[in-house]
Design a protein around this ligand. Structure first.
Ligand SMILES: [Zn+2]
Length: 127
């Protein structure tokens, strides 16, 4: 994963490498450490599930794609959400509360998963 930006010194290509938390220019000596918040286990889990769904873009082909977000809860705290679907047949949102508690709301029913694998098994039913 990388993003392309312009170097503030020479306008050259700046490559941002989140995994090593730095950015450097390919033309001059300009480089910077990128301060980045360490990702939580739940955030990483959410990213893995999003990736799993995105790899099945032939199946989960609803026009708006896969949307992940953070939903604030009225009683405080937040839950990570993943919204996806299949054109005309499935409209679903996963709520990632934690690695052992992932819930699904959809037009075809609700599910409670107690592991990441259970989520992948359910999603694989659409293959
Ligand atoms: Zn530069």
């Amino acid at each position: 994963m990388s993003a392309e930006l312009a170097c503030p010194q020479c306008g050259g290509h700046l490559t941002l490498l989140p995994e090593i938390r730095s950015a450097s220019c390919d033309r001059c000596e300009w480089a910077v450490e990128v301060p980045m918040k360490k990702k939580s286990e739940r955030e990483l889990l959410t990213e893995r599930i999003v990736e799993f769904i995105e790899q099945r873009s032939d199946t989960f082909n609803a026009p708006y794609g896969v949307l992940s977000g953070l939903e604030r809860l009225p009683r405080g705290g937040a839950v990570r959400t993943i919204t996806f679907g299949c054109a005309r047949t499935l409209d679903a949102t996963l709520n990632v509360w934690g690695p052992l508690n992932i819930t699904l709301r959809s037009n075809i029913g609700e599910e409670v998963f107690h592991s990441e694998d259970e989520v992948y098994q359910w999603l694989s039913k659409f293959d």
